[in-house]
Design a protein around this ligand. Structure first.
Ligand code: CIR
Length: 262
C-alpha cells in the first residue's frame, strides 16, 4: 500500500543562485562554494528522479539567498497545500515566488495569513499525523492557523517543541518509514515520538539527522559512515549526497524539495 508520507509522484526544488553566499546561518563557518553546491544539487535532483518521480526544478532567485531551501515555503499534503509564513524576515518574499507553481498543481491551496509564523522545516508529516515543532521560526499563532486548515482536511496536528538552539524540528529528525523515525537523542528525549520506532543518530553524527525517505531510497548527507551503516543494516537503500555547502547555511536534505502526490 502506498503511504503519502514516503511515496511521492512529484517534487519541486530550486537551483541555488550566486547570492547563496549571503544565506542565513547561525554561525559563520565560511561561505558556500556555488559550483560545488550546484553539483550536489544536480545529484540530489537526479536521485529523486531515479525513483520515477517528476521533479520540477525552478530557476534561482538572486533576491532571496535562501530560496533553494524551498521546503520552508509550503506544506504539501493529501488534500491540498498550504503556503507558509516564514519567521525569518528575509525569507518572507520566497512564498509569493513559490505560490504560482503550487497553484498550478494543487486545487486546494491555502495561505497562512498571520500574524503568526510557521516554516516547513518545522513540520514532519508521518502519514498518521502532522508534527509541528515550535521554534525560533515557528510560533503558536502560526501553528493554530495551520491546525484550522488541517482539521478541514482530516489531518491530526500535534504541537511539539524544537530543541533550543536547533533551527528546525526536522534539523534533528526524519521519517524513514510509516513506523520509524531517525532522531537525535536530544530530540527523542522530549518524548515527542512515543508510539513510533525510533533509531538514534550515533554519537558524533547528529548532523546526519536531516535525511529524507523518497520512494524506495533514503537521501542522507555524505560523510556519516556510522549512520549510513546503521540504515543499510536496517534494510534501507541509502544514497549519500554531498551536503558540505548547504550545511554551512544550516540546510540539509529535506530543505531542498517539496515532495507530494498529485
Ligand atoms: C535558513 O536559516 O532559513 C536557511 N539558511 C536554512 C533553511 C533550512 N531549511 C530547512 O531546514 N527546512
Amino acid at each position: 500500500m502506498t503511504n503519502p508520507a514516503i511515496h511521492f509522484t512529484h517534487a519541486v526544488s530550486r537551483r541555488p543562485g550566486a547570492s547563496v553566499t549571503a544565506g542565513l546561518r547561525a554561525q559563520d563557518r565560511g561561505a558556500p562554494d556555488l559550483e560545488r553546491m550546484q553539483a550536489a544539487h544536480d545529484a540530489y535532483v537526479a536521485t529523486l528522479r531515479s525513483t520515477g518521480a517528476e521533479v520540477i526544478v525552478l530557476d534561482a532567485l538572486e533576491d532571496y539567498p535562501d530560496a533553494l531551501f524551498v521546503e520552508d515555503t509550503a506544506l504539501c499534503l493529501p488534500g491540498g497545500a498550504v503556503m507558509m509564513r516564514p519567521g525569518a524576515a528575509s525569507r518572507m518574499g520566497e512564498v509569493a515566488q513559490m505560490r504560482p507553481t503550487l497553484a498550478g498543481l494543487f486545487e486546494d491551496l491555502r495561505d497562512i495569513e498571520g500574524p503568526g509564523h510557521i516554516e516547513g522545516g518545522d513540520i514532519l508529516f508521518t502519514g498518521r499525523e502532522v508534527l509541528v515543532g515550535l521554534s525560533a521560526r515557528t510560533d503558536a499563532e502560526g501553528v493554530a492557523e495551520l491546525r484550522k486548515i488541517l482539521d478541514e482536511w482530516g489531518h491530526p496536528l500535534r504541537e511539539v517543541q524544537t530543541p533550543d538552539g536547533v533551527l528546525h524540528f526536522k534539523t534533528d529528525c526524519s521519517l524513514l518509514d510509516a513506523e520509524t523515525i531517525l532522531s537525535t537523542k536530544l530530540l527523542d528525549a522530549s518524548g515527542c515520538f512515543e508510539g513510533y520506532r525510533v533509531l538514534h543518530l550515533p554519537d558524533g553524527e547528529e548532523a546526519a539527522a536531516n535525511a529524507i525517505r523518497f520512494n524506495d531510497v533514503i537521501l542522507m548527507p555524505d560523510g556519516f559512515p556510522k549512520t549510513a551503516e546503521m540504515l543499510t543494516q536496517e534494510g534501507f537503500n541509502v544514497r549519500p549526497i554531498d551536503n558540505t555547502d548547504c550545511a554551512l547555511l544550516d540546510g540539509g536534505m529535506s530543505c531542498l524539495s517539496l515532495r507530494f502526490n498529485i
